[in-house]
Design a protein around this ligand. Sequence first.
Ligand code: NAP
Ligand code: ZN
Length: 335
Amino acid sequence: MAQIQGLAAHAAGAELLPFRYDPGDLGAQEVEIGITHCGICHSDLHLISNDWGISQYPFIPGHEIIGTVTAIGSHVRSLKVGQRVGLGWQSNSCGQCEWCTRGLENLCPYQEATCVHRHGGYASGVRANARFVSPIPDALPSQQAAPLLCGGITVYSPLRDHEINPSSRVGIIGIGGLGHIAIQFAKVFGAEVVAFSTSTGKEEEARSLGAHHFVNSRESKAMKDVAGSLDFILNTANADQDWNVYIQALRPNGTLCFVGVPPSPVSVQAFPLIAGIRTITGSPIGSPHRIREMLDVAARHGVRATTEAFAMSRANEAIDKVKKNKVRYRAVLSN
Ligand code: NAP
Ligand code: ZN
């Protein structure tokens, strides 16, 4: 098997440098993908800087991958060489535990991530268990579909789990890679959507993506005005905020759900949780079945990531732009 050429971080927070590795023999259940596109998810930045204490160097980041199947293992029946496919955060699971057999592989205790302790998608190729490799519907262009493989499923799955529907009032915190897709799916599910953002310059685009209201989350009066108005709030921001204000924005029985990872512990007053039976929860990516459903919904309902294109060789420049919150709304690398 040919060597895979990529861009790797060699130390916490370091610039990515060209890096080659030999992937060895292809496993019987594995697929090799020749990568055409890879989105830059903020989780890649967390991994590069070892924010979560799980990074091993050198490693190639990247887990919003689209490409073409270049080889299949001897036991793979579900995919063909030449087929256009996608791969997200998860690249394997045990296949045998309670969670895998219930179709909730994203909860498997033995799951493997595409670019944790292995090499990901800022590269010429990548390998994964075939169960985690999804065909891409023809209606979705690769550039706009790559961010759906992690960002898209991460926001789609909790909206489905919490049964968002036309009677729902939904808030989305942080209009970045995840948030701008979340607005679109919440709109597709028929909800009234409020975008909470620290960037006033995003208002027009947030509205054009489907937000009915735009709230500058740094304005305390605007935040007070939404008190008691929302059934479900999805936090996609990776920063600390006053979560009490968002708990107050919930109606009774409302839920604040974390998909974005703020650095500090989440601290809230208990009384509004008690008095209104309000819930705080979280959600990790989504199962392979959900990913395929999400791609189909995106294809049929016009959900597309708004992207900025960068050649793979310009990955460091793109990462820098993500760090500065300057990308509208997802940087996608291409080979
Ligand atoms: P992103 O594109 O960088 O967007 C994050 C957004 O957060 C920014 O666009 C910004 O939105 C907001 N933000 C940034 N700094 C802020 C601050 N100081 N105060 C308030 N808001 C701030 O990142 P992403 O790729 O969407 O990822 C977001 C988070 O989700 C990351 O923590 C990532 O690791 C996590 N994630 C989790 C999962 C999961 O399975 N749960 C999957 C993928 C990613 P505004 O400009 O609108 O304020
Ligand atoms: Zn991600």
